[in-house]
Design a binder for this molecule. Structure first.
Ligand SMILES: [Zn+2]
Length: 75
């Protein structure tokens, strides 16, 4: 376990460190469409309230990760 709730940006090949509860670094998050950002934020809130499970959360998050991968051409 790495210390104090710090993880890596979920965009492919990105090594930036971000806080827990964030999906990506600011640079990559800015590449995600507004619609998908809203979906990811809503899914995270629902996950924390246990309204959805981790698989549903990851499914929504992967939409954002795919968008960034497409934008960067690293699919
Ligand atoms: Zn990143």
């Amino acid at each position: 376990m790495s210390g104090r709730g710090v993880k890596r940006c979920d965009a492919k090949f990105c090594q930036d460190r971000i806080g827990r509860g964030q999906l990506m670094c600011r640079t990559h998050w800015a590449m995600v469409s507004r619609t998908t950002q809203t979906q990811v934020n809503a899914a995270w809130r629902r996950y924390k309230k246990r309204e959805i499970d981790i698989y549903e959360l990851v499914r929504v998050q992967s939409l954002a990760i795919d968008e960034v991968a497409k934008a960067e051409g690293v699919e």
